[in-house]
Design a protein around this ligand. Sequence first.
Ligand SMILES: NC(=O)c1ccc[n+]([C@@H]2O[C@H](COP(=O)([O-])OP(=O)(O)OC[C@H]3O[C@@H](n4cnc5c(N)ncnc54)[C@H](O)[C@@H]3O)[C@@H](O)[C@H]2O)c1
Ligand SMILES: [Zn+2]
Ligand SMILES: [Zn+2]
Length: 384
Amino acid sequence: MLAMNYRGPLRVRIDHKPMPKIQHPQDAIIRVTRSCICGSDLHLYNGSVPDTRVGMTFGHEFIGVVEEIGAEVQKLKVGDHVMVPFNIACGKCAFCKQELYGNCHESNPQATAVGGIFGYSHTAGGYDGGQAEYVRVPYADVSPTVIPEGMDPDDAVLLTDVVPTGYQAAEMGGIQKGDTVVVFGAGPVGIMAAKCAWLFGAGRVIVFDQVDYRLEFVRNYAQCEAYNFREIDDVVVFVKKTTDWMGADVCIDAVGAEAAGNAMQTITGRKLFLQAGSATALHWAINSVKKGGIVSIVGVYGPTDNLIPIGNVVNKGITIRANQASVKRLLPKLIDHIQNGVLNPKALITHHIPLEEVSDAYRMFSAKLDNCIKPVLVPPSARM
Ligand SMILES: NC(=O)c1ccc[n+]([C@@H]2O[C@H](COP(=O)([O-])OP(=O)(O)OC[C@H]3O[C@@H](n4cnc5c(N)ncnc54)[C@H](O)[C@@H]3O)[C@@H](O)[C@H]2O)c1
Ligand SMILES: [Zn+2]
Ligand SMILES: [Zn+2]
């Protein structure tokens, strides 16, 4: 089958790989109909996630048709068109029982922090992902969900990550009515977080990025203020000034380890790997939130050290909330929001690209070319 193949930092290509097989009675094999490239894939692509092995297939946001099921699979049927949440979860462990599906204790024997994630390095379990024609899906009865009748596949594929992640970013912010919410990052996740902040009662939403077409997009899509941080002397002072010197009520980091904007962070975090990525957006979030405010982090960082201003966290009495999104927990509510027209995620998809052109797709998404917000890879069988 055709599959994306990681060859080392900044090198991915399309390749032929063996078909995945049922390895456990609870597995299913899915024929992919759409898979996205995510900002999280860029951390892998840039080589900043530990234990990303050559030969791996990325892709944790995908939908597809059930081709084959293991002997113990009862809910899914061959022929079902399903969305597959990016978290791999057993559904039974103590963490899954608390609906912390991103922290499943069974699906990732390599680590005690994160659970299994499709196509996300051996740190997240070493599972091959969905940027391929076929993919093996473990615990098939737990998270995969049949796409509701009439739902556009482009909406469905964004329900496997971007929509729940943006929503959870806002939810973790504990937004109160009238709050000023600052979102760092106008990628798909930041855009969705800004949109969802209103659902929790925000009174003002401000987004920062350095890419003008994304700022323009988020301004229209999420009806918020949006600023290019390259045109601002000091982002933290800017936020303080515009909030009567109080600071934002809630700050959301939707950037993560690839943040730009501070030379020291970029050199130590992204060039020399002296810390697990550059923590520029997180610095700005911590320093521009008000005393007693909440910082919600969905931007992804490597699991080792970061230079973060922990003293400011203590002295300001900030609450920090963070996690991988718990997709299965949020799916029922977010399906409703799409069906009722509250959210229209497919508007974020700017490019449908043949799976065979995966290396060009990575280059474009990574370099923010061609006004790209969210690219979707479409395998040959789904184009017929
Ligand atoms: N927690 C989760 O469950 C989860 C799920 C999906 C994605 N993520 C993470 O969310 C983050 C965003 O994902 P995405 O798909 O939107 O990625 P993306 O790369 O498309 O977007 C990131 C944006 O941040 C901007 N940026 C860079 N430095 C900045 C700074 N200092 N301040 C403000 N903006 C800055 C970039 O220009 C870019 O537009 C990534 O770290 C990704 O790994 C987390
Ligand atoms: Zn993702
Ligand atoms: Zn579990």
